[in-house]
Design a protein around this ligand. Sequence first.
Ligand code: PEP
Length: 230
Amino acid sequence: MASRKFFVGGNWKCNGTGEDVKKIVTVLNQAEVPSEDVVAGQGAAAAGLRRRSAELLGAQGRRLHRRDQVPWVILGHSERRALLGESSDFVADKVAYALTQGLKVIACIGETLEQREAGTTMDVVAAQTKAIAEKISDWTNIVLAYEPVWAIGTGKVATPAQAQEVHDGLRKWLHSNVSPAVAELTRIIYGGSVNGANCKELAAQPDVDGFLVGGASLKPEFVDIIKSAT
Ligand code: PEP
């Protein structure tokens, strides 16, 4: 992962009380976090986060216009794909639009349990990535988040080998279908039940360039996740 800076996003969504958010913001700002990219929060909930070592993370799929306050936005999260019927094309349109607005994008892709069991994982994530690739030409401000739907919020984390296999496949897909440079430089992060106990082994995989973290991002163990590559 020599040329890719480890990236960790905390997806707080609407979880946690104001008090929880204050606590984790304090913990994060006190932690000696390394110089990797770290973004956490959700819109106004994270307003107290200092920008020294952590930046605000945009609301999931919203507030595309507030670029000065929300430099990162998560698009294509499986909850929005499933609950709001966002298609891969629609997600790709939003990704392209967000980039034109100066936002950086964490673009989520991932298969359902049925798709995994049917052996179509790579086809599914390649198709989701292709939809995005057809609508953008500059990948500089994109982080690709592989989030198997069956692992999100379930406590069932992908094994390091499962994550590595998909990340490697995605990098090869980018190499063949976008460019070798984009394949080499684009961070592919893993999301789905990452916690302080399982992060190190996942982070050790050569194509796992960071994490997108839900539940554990509101807990002090988020610091261990941020430091997992060091
Ligand atoms: C998420 O909601 O994007 C997520 C990865 O959640 P969790 O870490 O709780 O599985």
